[in-house]
Design a protein. Sequence first.
Length: 250
Amino acid sequence: MQYLKKASKTPATGEDETRATVAGMLRDIEAGGEARALHYAENLDGWTGDVVVSKNDITAAAESVPEQVRRDIRFAHERVRGFAEAQLASMVEFETELSPGLIAGQRLIPVDTAGCYVPGGRYAHIASALMSVATAKVAGVENVIACSPPRTEGGVHPAILYAADLAGADTVLALGGVQGIAALAFGLFTGHKADILVGPGNRFVAEAKRILYGQVGIDLFAGPTEILVVADDTADADIVASDLVGQAEH
């Protein structure tokens, strides 16, 4: 067989290096606490500002988001929250006596703390903020902590702050990457250790969640999004475009 074109790398290329890097950072932050998380924030993201985003900063961020974008975010939030509420209503607690004295049943108990990672590198992943924070609040999670990478100037993207606050985040942390995941898992800056970590991220974020799985719960190992639309001249162009735009943030 002769290949006309073949990638020099495989899906597993760099896994060992990534795993070693992430494991070392997690050990360092777990031992050194907030000071080490701040060290990585400064060295990797150039961020020396406050980690816990204040209410004043969230309000100012909301005012800087264009009104049309805010309307779009509110519309998306209504849809996400509405579905989550319907989903919760479909889950019922029950108790049944299988035989005299033998009682079995089902209870729905929300976790205490959810750590919601929201990617925010080149693009603001607003949908990730809504789909993680809003669903956790509907489920009845007491402490919902959102975490998103700060930009070198200005901190967390204003649209992400607006979305996370609208969805009900109790705290927003301006931290990205492994240091952000570590802060959520170890309860840094908030005093609340996450019972579950959710949200997508780059390979370092994904590996941090993989290593921490067992110590905390996770949603899944998120990888790159790949989408293919197969269409001919009978396809509705608006629907095709919508399918593509819907994945553009990834």
